[in-house]
Write a protein that binds this ligand. Sequence first.
Ligand code: URA
Length: 327
Amino acid sequence: MIEHGASWQDLLRQTRVYLEILREGGIEFADGQFAKSVKAAVEMPTATRPKTAPASQPRGMSAEERAALKAALTDPYARLMPKPPAAPVAPSARPTPASGALPGGIGRAAPASVAPAKAAKVTLKDRTEGAKIIAAAGDLNQLQHLISGCYMCNLSAGRTHTVPGEGNPRAALMFIGEAPGYHEDVQGRPFVGRAGELLTKMIEAMGLRRTDVYIANIVKCRPPGNRDPLPEEMLACEPYLKRQIELIRPKVICALGRIAIQGLLRETTPITQLRGQWRTYQNIPLMPTFHPAYLLRNPGGKRFAWEDLKAILAKLGLPVPAGRGGP
Ligand code: URA
């Protein structure tokens, strides 16, 4: 894994090692195309490829690792929920990789006006490769660059802006919501509509500011008509969130609402039962609570959400306001 603060050269070098791993795993690309695409995406001079990978680098995937990766990338939700029908998207509206885009379904998508009618098909191989590239992003800016050009799922076709997330890159507390809505899509920022106003109040009631925490979503593009993100969309976007969490290394995650819990923990237990119960995600304590949009519709839930936020403050070792308080 790339160290924090690694240079672009390190990123490229690591990415090329991944190419070797993928080749060993039986995934082939036209010679040189991968490195060229990476170079174009990161806009930097080509680094010299090491003759041999450092001893600490993985040298290939075992049969078990490949099987586990395939299982993870196929559909872990299948066990939990019936598969919803795929959202109908006109083939001409679907983004198609521009030349120089990364082959893993990430990179700049061609503008709609020049997109050929043929739909971009993102395969398991693309996902595998995309996940490797995302996992090698050395900081949040690199990750944001990858997200801004992502076309790994159909949501990319309808977006105005990607909404990668914002806040303190070293935040101790990370909030994870569901998906951008109308205002977030227009501004490219998370939680800026009515639900966002309430989330801001919740954060301030904790004695914090929005800039102290990090706010992200399970998916980085707005689902049409604000529908729930589909399982395959959450799955396609998951590598970005995982890398965000690895880079930020929050001490606590607060999952906002049912969809965030499904996306993170693959659980379909109602949020009314899950909230207030500590869980873990990637070894980080995770507190599920109500989504601010739910609280706008059900203000009676606010006192429970406030209990959850106070539990988070206690876990972080921060002062817990006395009395009922809350947003
Ligand atoms: N709801 C979410 O889950 N996320 C946003 O960014 C906005 C509203």
